[in-house]
Design a protein around this ligand. Structure first.
Ligand code: 3EB
Length: 330
């Protein structure tokens, strides 16, 4: 009995983590897969679908052909739309996504506040009310300098839209700049009917404690989230940030090495072995597409066999060239 409770396979309430795969196949075929909770195509590559579980992410893939990302659960899935919001749910898990045109909502800050308010309202009335992981994709993320940079406005709006919903602690997150139309704001999340456990990185100051120099509103995210059954770690966007400072300005190789050191420290902090494997997919966001070959070579050498998506995206600090997020399964 006691053993059963510790084993996620034997505890019917211990929600087994959704499985994440990168697949090169067509959208319609993947949407037919059993337990398909969410499917992501990347800008311009996959033909869009009206299925609420499908999201056309505004980031370009740096692979040809571009794979799709799929999330799969061990249960039947229902889905629907509510205005600009799309959602799907099954087995205790919830996917919800919103896409807004900032121009229709008074700009980025107000748009981000609205996106979060809508998501929070929706999730708050669902049984899957524990938001574990959020992805944010916005245009021209580094436009403006100092306090006027668009990422800073996003952080303000996000915090306002979150309200007190995350009073007990922030979800794990990614915030990346896409190269699509500037006004396009996409936010999507994974939630569960059971809480996860936040994990911080001992090498990094927690983002919500960043000093004032990084903006009026510190970024609202945890470094990682252990999923309820502790069978997977959802890893936030991780870059070459040590303490609170960006390391190795203009040095891609050194930033990659520092990022991997940060990822390993995060795994250790979560009580996991500091290796990634064939079951633990990662996404790498690359600022300059010309850097893709060097990034790919590094990843093949240091993370052999790890499923990997390379995406063209801007990191929220202009001096950072690369960022990695993803999953580590136990
Ligand atoms: C950093 O360590 C890099 O604003 O949601 C990483 C992950 C970063 C998430 C966010 C920002 C965010 O501060 C930037």
């Amino acid at each position: 009995m006691i053993q059963g409770c510790e084993n996620p396979q034997l505890d019917p309430l211990a929600r087994r983590a959704p499985r994440v795969f990168y697949r090169t196949a067509d959208v319609a075929t993947l949407l037919e897969e059993p337990g398909l909770l969410a499917l992501f195509g990347f800008a311009g590559h996959a033909a869009p679908s009206d299925d609420p579980r499908y999201l056309q992410v505004a980031l370009d893939s740096l692979e040809t052909p571009a794979p799709l990302e799929m999330w799969q659960v061990d249960a039947p899935v229902s889905s629907g739309t509510e205005g600009a919001l799309r959602w799907s749910a099954g087995g205790g898990w919830l996917f919800a996504a919103i896409e807004l045109d900032e121009r229709e909502h008074g700009g980025l800050e107000a748009g981000a506040a609205l996106a979060y308010a809508r998501l929070r309202q929706f999730v708050g009335q669902r049984p899957e009310r524990h938001v574990l992981r959020v992805w944010n994709y916005l245009g021209a993320i580094n436009r403006g300098s100092g306090d006027t940079e668009r990422y800073k406005h996003f952080c303000d709006g996000r915090a306002r839209g979150m309200g007190a919903f995350f009073a007990e602690g922030f979800p794990a997150a990614t915030a990346i700049g896409h190269r699509g139309a500037d006004h396009r704001l996409q936010v999507y999340l994974l939630a569960c009917d059971r809480p996860g456990s936040r994990v911080e990185n001992p090498r990094q100051v927690s983002a919500w404690r960043y000093p004032r120099q990084y903006g009026r509103t510190p970024p609202s995210f945890a470094r990682a989230m252990a999923l309820p059954a502790r069978d997977a770690l959802a890893i936030s966007g991780t870059a070459a940030v040590v303490g609170h400072a960006s390391a190795h300005e203009d040095d891609l190789g050194a930033q990659l090495g520092e990022t991997l050191t940060n990822l390993e420290a995060l795994l250790a902090s979560a009580g996991m072995a500091t290796v990634f494997d064939r079951e633990s997919p990662l996404k790498t966001y690359v600022r300059h597409s010309a850097d893709a070959a060097q990034v790919r070579e590094f990843l093949h050498r240091r993370l052999p066999g790890v499923p990997m998506l390379l995406l063209h995206g801007d990191i929220c600090r202009s001096e950072l060239l690369v960022e990695i997020d993803g999953w580590r399964y136990v």
